[in-house]
Design a protein around this ligand. Structure first.
Ligand code: NAP
Length: 294
């Protein structure tokens, strides 16, 4: 059984990005820049943003953080985005979700210039993804594809079952896995809360991607012997001593006895997500500089 080591592949990609940024500095060129917007001071969002900024810095990508109060009006937030859309020094814009209830996340996402939408949530980028065109792909499914490719998992002609159809994970993952290219070409079944016989469908998968948001939902009996399992879930389970244990959507210990390859949690998909976001920032930079067409 092989452990698909997200930390290892993430470091590989970060080294590639670091070398690319160093090459820009050597040529006296501007380095990529990401602008992040944080509304309010939710603890988890603060941590996510800090991690993204730290990782960006580690490869030489610069960042700026726009902090807005929780009671900021939608108009004020949209004005900040418009300002960043027009700033030539900004390659990517990231608005940390979730937003307070009085702000429409849809309007916010649609205000970001598609060419700076490094989260890949804008309808234009989602549309490009659906059409098989080049654009920005959301970082989590992008991380899944990078893991499969770098770990040399054969996907062509395989039955890939995806549990969960969210816009940020399951649906884009289904589109990517069914694309007509060497690193995809899977036959995809996309499951959700109304799916009947989910356990039977899951156990027919060659590749099982769990993005269901339920701690340790996938048990050994739902996994075909020799399947590849990609666990997207991240949950903190409180322990009696006040600490917590991080688990995924898959019951790892029992699943691992049946799989040919599996991603751990933590250290699997999660660590790839911020790394792939930086790949998108680099892509946005090249796009804006005309060096690489989108
Ligand atoms: P989400 O928006 O809550 O979507 C969950 C999906 O699972 C929905 O499509 C839902 O179906 C389906 N579902 C829920 N309960 C089900 C059940 N009992 N049977 C079948 N389907 C069921 O979640 P998400 O944002 O995609 O996230 C999924 C997981 O990935 C979470 O654990 C999240 O923390 C994690 N995550 C990790 C990363 C990362 O960087 N590793 C990034 C994003 C998310 P319906 O559509 O019918 O409601």
């Amino acid at each position: 059984m092989k452990i698909i080591d997200g930390k290892f592949y993430s470091e590989q990609i970060l080294s590639e990005l670091r070398a690319e940024v160093a090459g820009l500095i050597d040529r006296d060129l501007r380095v990529p820049h990401i602008a992040a917007i944080l509304v309010g001071s939710d603890g988890a969002s603060e941590t996510y943003i800090a991690n993204k900024e730290k990782k960006a810095r580690s490869v030489g990508i610069t960042s700026s953080l726009y902090r807005l109060p929780a009671n900021v009006s939608e108009k004020e937030l949209l004005d900040v985005i418009s300002f960043l859309n027009n700033d030539d020094e900004v390659d990517g814009i990231l608005v940390q979700l979730p937003l307070p209830a009085h702000i429409s996340a849809t309007r916010v996402i649609e205000t970001i210039l598609p060419s700076k939408d490094v989260d890949g949530f804008h309808p234009i980028n989602m549309g490009r993804l659906a059409l098989g065109q080049d654009g920005f792909v959301p970082a989590t499914p992008m991380g899944i594809m990078e893991l499969l490719r770098r770990a040399s998992i054969d996907t062509a002609g395989k039955h890939c079952v995806i549990l969960g159809r969210s816009n940020i994970v399951g649906t884009p993952a289904a589109l990517l896995m069914s694309r007509n290219n060497k690193y995809a070409n899977s036959t995809v079944t996309l499951c959700h809360s109304k799916t009947e016989n989910l356990a039977a469908i899951a156990s027919s998968a060659d590749i099982l991607i769990a993005a269901i948001g339920k701690p340790e939902f996938v048990t050994a009996s739902m996994i075909r012997e020799g399947a590849v399992v990609i666990d997207v879930g991240i949950h903190r389970l409180p322990l009696k001593d006040g600490n917590y244990r991080i688990v995924g959507d898959v019951k790892y210990d029992e699943a691992a006895t049946r799989t040919s390859a599996i991603t751990p949690v933590p250290g699997g998909v999660g660590v790839m997500t911020t790394t792939c976001l930086l790949q998108n920032v680099m892509k946005a930079y090249h796009l804006r500089n005309g060096a690489r067409p989108i």
